[in-house]
Ligand binder design. Structure first.
Ligand code: ZN
Length: 326
C-alpha cells in the first residue's frame, strides 16, 4: 500500500542519546545511529516501503526520566524546537509529537499549546510515568496534578501517545534474575497496559470524553484481555463507578497502532475488539524494521478498505492532514 502514515517513529538528539553512546552492543549502536538520522536513509526507507508521512517523537524515556522539574521544562522546549526544525526541512514527510515535562503539568499544557498552535505538532508522546525528584519516584498520568494537561489536550483536540518505559527500579522485583524480560520483551507491556487501565479506571474519560490516547504495540495486550478485565471489574473490588463499561473506553478513547507488533492474529483480534476505525499503522522505527512492518501490513489478510483506513485514512482524520491525492 502506498501513502501509509506511521506515527511511532523515534528520533534522538546527541544530548538525549548520551547514555547509549558508549554501549558495546553493536545492535544498539546501530539503533542509536538510526535514531540520529532523519535526512536521508530514513526517508529512503519510507519511500521504499510506501510510507508517505511519519510523525516523529523523541526516543524513550525522553523528558520523563529528568528528575529536576525545571530542567525537564527547559529540555522539553529545546528538543521540541529541534524537532520543529527537522519538520520544517521536510514538511511533506514529517510532523512531530511534542515532548512534554509532566513534572510540571501546567508547563506541559503550555508547551503542548505552543507546539500545536505555533509549530504545527500533532499531539504529544509521553513515555510512561514521570520521575520527580529522583529515579525511584514516579508519577502516573491519572494523578490529579495532571488534570490541567489533559484539559488542554482535549481542548486542543490532539491525541497523546502513551509510550512504554521500564518500571521503577523499586517495582522491578519480578524481573530480578531475569534481565532478559525487561524492556520490549515483556516489562514495557505490563507497565504500559497497567498505566492505560489506570487512565480508564480513574474516570479520566468521564471527565474528558473527547480525549484520545494512542497505544502502540497492538494495544499492549489490552484488546486480548479486556473481556476478563471488564468482567472482573464489574464484580467490584472498590473500583470507581464509571459511566461506561471498561471496553467502551478502550474502543472510544483509544487508538491502537501496529508499532513493533507485526502479528496477524494480534491485528485481527484488535480489529474485532476496537474496530478498524480506531487502528493506525506504525513501525516503531528504528527499534523495529520498516521493511518488516510495511511488508507484513501490505500483505495482511484484511480488506482493501480496512487497510486504507488503518494505513492512512484514520490518521488523516485524527491529525487533520490533507487527504492523499491518489
Ligand atoms: Zn517506540
Amino acid at each position: 500500500m502506498n501513502g501509509k502514515i506511521a506515527l511511532e517513529e523515534h528520533f534522538i538528539t546527541p544530548e538525549f542519546g548520551q547514555p547509549i553512546v558508549n554501549l558495546s552492543d553493536t545492535r544498539l549502536r546501530e539503533v542509536y545511529r538510526r535514531l540520529l538520522e532523519v535526512e536521508e536513509e530514513r526517508l529512503e526507507g519510507m519511500d521504499k516501503n510506501g510510507i508517505d508521512f511519519a510523525v516523529l517523537s523523541l526516543n524513550m524515556p525522553g523528558i520523563q526520566s529528568e528528575t529536576n522539574p525545571r530542567v525537564a521544562v527547559e529540555r522539553s522546549i529545546s528538543v521540541n524546537n529541534e524537532l520543529a526544525s527537522i519538520v520544517a526541512r521536510h514538511p511533506n514527510r514529517y510532523a512531530g509529537f511534542a515532548a512534554v515535562a509532566m513534572q510540571e503539568p501546567s508547563a506541559a499544557a503550555a508547551e503542548l499549546s505552543r507546539c500545536v498552535s505555533d509549530l504545527g505538532f500533532k499531539g504529544a508522546m509521553v513515555h510512561g510515568y514521570t520521575n520527580v525528584g529522583n529515579a525511584e519516584t514516579g508519577e502516573y498520568l491519572d494523578e490529579p496534578k495532571c488534570l490541567p494537561f489533559w484539559e488542554r489536550a482535549e481542548s486542543l483536540g490532539v491525541p497523546v501517545y502513551l509510550h512504554p518505559r521500564n518500571p521503577l527500579p523499586g517495582q522491578a522485583r519480578i524481573y530480578n534474575g531475569h534481565p532478559e524480560l525487561m524492556a520490549a520483551v515483556w516489562a514495557f507491556t505490563v507497565e504500559t497496559a497497567t498505566h492505560a487501565l489506570r487512565l480508564i479506571t480513574s474516570g479520566l474519560f468521564d471527565r474528558f470524553p473527547r480525549l484520545n490516547i494512542i497505544l502502540g504495540h497492538m494495544g499492549e495486550t489490552l484488546p486480548f484481555s479486556i473481556w476478563r478485565i471488564e468482567n472482573a471489574y464489574s464484580m467490584g473490588r472498590g473500583g470507581k463507578e464509571l459511566n461506561k463499561p471498561l471496553s467502551a473506553y478502550l474502543s472510544e478513547n483509544f487508538f491502537i497502532t501496529t508499532a513493533g507488533n507485526f502479528s496477524t492474529p494480534a491485528l485481527l483480534a484488535t480489529m474485532l475488539v476496537v474496530g478498524a476505525d480506531r487502528m493506525l499503522f506504525s513501525v516503531d522505527y528504528p527499534w523495529a524494521s520498516m521493511d518488516d512492518g510495511a511488508k507484513w501490513f501490505d500483505e495482511a489478510p484484511i480488506s482493501a478498505a480496512d487497510r486504507r483506513k488503518i494505513g492512512r485514512v484514520n490518521a488523516e482524520r485524527l491529525f487533520g492532514l490533507p487527504e492523499a491525492s491518489e
